[in-house]
Design a protein around this ligand. Structure first.
Ligand code: PHE
Length: 373
């Protein structure tokens, strides 16, 4: 029996050397797998030797069995590490030889555009910022006091009627005038809030949404206004005229743009003036801003409302009208934008059509520099 045992163990040792060199010689994953099958597969060499264990006596079976199992594990480990080496080699080779073609042009990327309203607001901030105005804010939901009463609207004024103003349900937690909330019909309410909360002098502009119950080519129920307020000692109508003339000329970029101040009524100013700018009609039906050449009719269009702030308004905000005076002005931002950029229909501003925005919108790189120091 001991005679028999020796040869089997010798066979195992020999097989091990043989298999180790076969594994090392396998230089691709396929031939390595062939080796694995020929050794460990169903008809493999170790598997075949395992089958002979049944014919051995118990002691021999034990030692041979152990030796075979150890061999099996060792061979499996060798195959694993050879596999890893081959994979790494393959990857190294791919990295060294494969190239990525980066010359293919990228697909165009859709980039957003700045809405013309935002663009205009920034232009306005720039112009008034350069004149020393700072920006104030106020809420869209107002009460009767800030939107009407403090602004010297008489009790029966038509703007208080339901058809013009959007009223909200009454707020039961507040009394009287304050109970009746509404969507502000103009940004003049911000003048009031600013004067109530700050000491004069005042030099502010404010931008925001305003609401009136109206809808056609030139009216939408929501639109944007800009309001300006300048109150100090000794401010006169001459300051108003100078400031607004400079403003329209800067905004439209026409140095000699004719500007006309036409008497008008707003309850919160006295005197009040509407500001018109001059233009001429072109042959194609379009308009050209500026002074009419000899022989052509000078036309005028209204562009903003203005006036010297009414003493009652100042008093309502706790400001002494004998000490402080000044002017206010207000304008529709859509209208300024339509005129400058030739946008014909107001309603298109709010239809959220991306093709419209693509056409009329601005690249962010075209934005004016907002650093107005
Ligand atoms: N608030 C006025 C409007 O909405 C505009 C305006 C503002 C007029 C300030 C005069 C002074 O029409």
């Amino acid at each position: 029996m001991s005679d028999d045992k020796q040869p089997v163990m010798t066979d195992i040792a020999a097989l091990k050397t043989e298999l180790a060199s076969e594994i090392e010689a396998a230089n691709d994953l396929q031939s390595l797998d062939d080796v694995r099958v020929s050794v460990l597969g169903k008809k493999g060499r170790i598997t075949a030797m395992m089958k002979t264990l049944g014919q051995m006596d118990p002691e021999e079976r034990k030692t041979t069995g152990q030796a075979l199992n150890a061999l099996k594990d060792e061979i499996a480990d060798l195959i694993k590490s050879q596999e890893r080496a081959l994979k790494k080699q393959e990857m190294d080779q791919r990295l060294a030889t494969e190239t990525q073609d980066i010359t293919l042009s990228p697909r165009p990327e859709r980039s957003g555009k700045i809405h013309p309203i935002s663009q205009t607001m920034e232009e306005l901030v720039n112009i008034f910022g350069a004149m020393g105005f700072s920006v104030a804010e106020g809420p869209d939901i107002e009460d009767d006091w800030h939107n009407f009463t403090a602004l010297n609207f008489p009790p029966g004024h038509p703007a208080r009627e339901m058809q013009d103003t959007f009223f909200l349900p009454e707020d039961p937690s507040e009394d009287g005038e304050y109970a009746k909330k509404l969507l502000r019909t103009h940004t003049s309410s911000v003048q009031i809030r600013h004067m109530e909360n700050n000491k004069p002098p005042y030099k502010i502009v404010c931008f925001g949404r305003t609401y009136r119950s109206d809808y056609d080519m030139t009216h939408t129920p929501m639109f944007h206004q800009m309001e300006g307020l300048f109150i100090d000692k000794g401010v006169t109508m001459a300051h108003l005229k100078g400031c607004l003339t400079d403003f329209v000329r800067a905004y439209f970029g026409v140095d000699d743009l004719p500007v006309r101040f036409r008497p008008s009524f707003f309850p919160f100013v006295e005197p009040g003036a509407e500001v018109d700018i001059g233009y001429t009609k072109k042959d194609d039906g379009g308009i050209k801003l500026g002074k009419a050449p000899e022989g052509q009719e000078q036309k005028w269009m209204e562009i903003l409302g203005s006036g010297m702030v009414h003493p009652n308004v100042l008093k309502n905000c706790g400001v002494d009208p004998d000490e402080y005076q000044g002017f206010a002005f207000g304008m529709g931002i859509e209208r300024l934008t339509m005129l400058k950029y030739g946008i014909p229909d107001l309603r298109t501003f709010f239809e959220c059509d991306t093709r419209w925005l693509e056409h009329y919108g601005f690249e962010s790189t075209n934005r004016p520099n907002t650093n107005t120091r």
